[in-house]
Design a protein around this ligand. Structure first.
Ligand code: AMP
Ligand code: MG
Length: 493
């Protein structure tokens, strides 16, 4: 990538447009469509600073104009990106139907971050959609993505939500909003599927090259770049999905267009976090078969990676039979790599340093107990953490049915050289005391929709420090009362 002469505006914009220089079939010029009355609803000052932007210059009206799409920041060259994707298993041509990429902000640290407006109006890929987004789902993406970041899990970020002063038509009229999404890129499995469907090897190769530059620069010298890219994505996705499992995250729509090659969590639609532990948990109202259930996520990630591998075939080898062999070999690493990260994550959650033969069985037994008893996933682990700090032999709160398991766990802790403080530190780092619980998120969105943003601000503050037991997060640690209706999320449109 060639670095253009530096441009820096008063607000700190330093935008480049490397994606817009890729072959034209991959994108179309698409300016954001101005809205009636831009008002800033949420603004992430800390993230603005990390990006090299001046929060003072952007927090007010001029920021709202930019983040609603009414005014372009210096250096922006807005485009909609073309992509395809398998949605619930079926191939479709998609593209940014309601998002525009303004450009890539070069951060003070030299990183390149996509600045995208989601809900910015129609683009050439909108089909029959209005190109708009409702306030509720955009606030939801803001909360969930920032919570995920604080949990230490790779994710796109949220810089701002601006309301538009317009109503949008869904099942009922809803207030419109635009989310400014920051991502290390928006290159998706579906981007490669789109390029592959055109059958153009040179195009595919330039996309491989570009993706390596942005996300896997160490592989640029690889003998087979497409193979190196595939292996790199397999590794990052295996880790990502294990990290999701560690905090009970259900993505909800793991279509191939919602899987990023960077390894970041992307496209927060009907996602939610587990309360009670059950691998069959599905939150999305449109996921009728449970395709994207909590426990299915590793299998689906593997399936999506197979679509990526297929899309890369032309770039893998001129001899397509050999290309298939290479793809299969790279893909076959996924289950093993996922297990590696997943088991390591479970060991940390149980405070197990080092590795013993029976560790995974021990963890499994605890998970099975949770499932059978309907215990809360996050709370069960934080209760275990507290029990380490209490006198040896005392039962964890909420686990009265567990004495035999607990004895085994304590014995296992006793066999490792680490002291109690070390075990507690490890468990605290792996077991968040607060997650964005559905009832808390809904409460915050409902208040914001009726004009009261104090609840969402409080929630965001609490979610920014998920691992610390603080007086201000005490009320956010508890699970909702049992016996309520199962939680349902609706597609984020
Ligand atoms: P999503 O469910 O947000 O991942 O979107 C799936 C596809 O539908 C993407 O190609 C979006 O750009 C497109 N899409 C979603 N909502 C709209 C809308 N209101 N107008 C136009 N396109 C949309
Ligand atoms: Mg999407």
């Amino acid at each position: 990538m060639t670095v253009k002469a530096e441009r820096k505006s008063a607000a700190g914009w330093r935008l480049e447009n490397s994606y817009a220089r890729l072959p034209e079939v991959l994108h179309t010029r698409a300016a954001p469509v101005p809205v009636a009355r831009p008002v800033m609803a949420l603004f992430n000052e800390k993230l603005a600073v990390e990006l090299g932007l001046d929060p003072g210059a952007l927090a007010g009206e001029s920021g709202a104009e930019i983040f609603a799409g009414n005014r372009l920041p210096d250096g922006a060259k807005p485009i909609a990106q073309a992509y395809a994707g398998h949605q619930f298993g079926h191939f479709t041509n998609l593209g940014d139907g309601r998002a525009v990429l303004l450009g890539e902000q070069i951060t003070p640290g030299g990183a390149r971050a996509d600045v995208q407006l989601k809900g910015a109006g129609q683009t050439p890929y909108s089909r029959r959609g209005d190109g708009r987004a409702a306030l509720g789902p955009m606030l939801r993406e803001y909360v969930m993505s920032e919570a995920m970041h604080a949990l230490g899990i790779p994710t796109t970020r949220s810089l701002a939500v601006a309301t538009t002063g317009e109503q949008i038509v869904r099942e009922k009229l809803l207030p419109g909003a635009v989310l400014t999404r920051i991502a290390s890129s928006h290159i998706r499995v579906g981007t490669f599927e789109y390029a592959a469907a055109l059958g153009d090897r040179a195009l595919l190769e330039s996309l491989v090259d570009y993706t390596l530059h942005r996300h896997y620069p160490d592989f640029l010298e690889a003998e087979n770049k497409a193979l190196a890219l595939l292996a790199g994505v397999v590794e990052r996705q295996a880790k990502l999905v294990a990290q999701w499992a560690g905090v009970g995250f259900v993505h909800g729509v793991m279509n191939t267009d919602n899987m990023a090659l960077s390894g970041e969590t992307i496209d927060y639609g009907p996602c939610a976090f587990l309360d009670a532990y059950d691998p069959a948990t599905v939150f999305s109202s449109i996921d009728r078969t449970g395709r994207y259930a909590f426990g299915n996520q590793p299998r689906i990630a593997h399936w999506n990676l197979a679509r990526l591998a297929e899309a890369l075939l032309l770039a893998l080898h001129v001899d397509q039979a050999r290309a298939v062999g290479m793809a299969e070999e790279a893909l076959s690493c996924f289950p093993e790599r996922f297990e590696y990260f997943y088991r390591g994550m479970l060991r940390a959650k149980l405070g197990l340093c080092g590795e013993e033969e029976g560790d995974f069985a021990l963890a499994q037994e605890f998970l099975e107990w949770m499932q059978a008893s309907g215990a809360d996933y996050s709370k069960s682990f934080t209760d275990l953490t507290s029990s380490v700090g209490e006198l040896a032999g005392r039962l964890p709160v909420g686990a009265p049915a567990l004495p035999p398991w607990q004895a085994k766990w304590k014995a296992r802790l006793g066999r490792q050289p680490s002291g109690r403080a070390e075990v507690i530190a490890l468990m605290r780092s792996a077991n968040p005391v607060v997650i964005p619980r559905n009832h808390r998120v809904e409460e915050a969105l409902a208040a914001a929709e009726s004009g009261d943003f104090s609840v969402i601000h409080r929630l965001l503050k609490v979610l920014a420090r998920p691992f610390d037991e603080l007086p201000e997060n005490e009320a956010y640690r508890t699970a909702p009362m049992a016996g309520g209706e199962p939680y349902r999320t609706f597609c984020g449109t």
